[in-house]
Design a binder for this molecule. Structure first.
Ligand code: SF4
Length: 217
């Protein structure tokens, strides 16, 4: 059985190889600060980043900060975000989150995980996205790609995102947590897809123990 040290070495090597393969790996939600990224990440639930990026320019123009969003008309906000899906629930979450920022944090987006997860509608994943991309923090962001790849790469047997995050935190070097998160998204979208992973063309195939690797035929 592979030791923790061996897993750590494998993770470093995977990071090195994927960094070369995806030098452009980064957050793909357009934003200019923590408020915008928080809103965009909440809209990205069950929706593509491309779709969210089509909706947010007008949204941020209309509601440039938490205070203006907190005072938004519910029906108008619903219409603006309708195309991202689940728009009624997302509207409620955005209004509650914005009200919390105004009431509990004087209108400023907090930068630590405990405060961020105190906001209505904000879980660890969303909080980690903001910490990793806006506050120079290191964070493992367990989205659908990170979760699937953690299993295939043999780094976690858990299905609960919080437990997967903890597993990866012990294996991936802390100074690479954010990079790791971006690399998993890029690799998960491009090669290690959910339905048909491209194992024959995968640059980390030799480092991956997944028993169901697809063959070349
Ligand atoms: S070898 Fe296959 S399963 Fe493993 S990381 Fe690459 S694409 Fe994913």
């Amino acid at each position: 059985m592979e030791s923790l040290e061996e897993k750590k070495h494998r993770a470093i090597e995977i990071c090195r190889v994927l960094k070369k393969r995806y030098p452009e790996a980064r957050c793909t939600l357009d934003h200019s600060g923590p408020y915008e990224l928080l809103v965009a990440t909440m809209l990205a639930a069950q929706c593509t980043d491309e779709r969210v990026n089509m909706v947010t320019p007008a949204l941020f123009k209309r509601y440039p900060d938490a205070a203006s969003l907190a005072g938004a008309d519910e029906a108008e906000l619903q219409e603006m975000i309708r195309s991202t899906g689940f728009f009624r629930n997302k509207t409620k979450s955005l209004l509650s989150m914005a009200a919390d920022i105004v009431e509990k944090f004087n209108g400023e987006i907090p930068s630590d995980i405990d405060s961020l997860t105190r906001l209505a509608g904000v879980g660890r994943k969303t909080a980690n996205v903001v910490i990793a991309n806006c506050f120079d923090g290191q964070a493992i962001i367990v989205d659908t790609h990170c979760k699937r790849l953690a299993g295939r790469l043999g780094f976690s047997r858990e299905s609960n995102p919080d437990k997967i995050e903890r597993d990866l935190q012990t294996i991936v070097p802390e100074d690479s947590w954010t990079l790791w998160s971006h690399l998993m998204v890029f690799h998960g979208r491009n090669i290690c897809t959910a339905r048909k992973p491209g194992c024959p063309e995968c640059p980390v195939s030799r480092l991956c123990p997944w028993p169901d690797k697809t063959g070349s035929g």
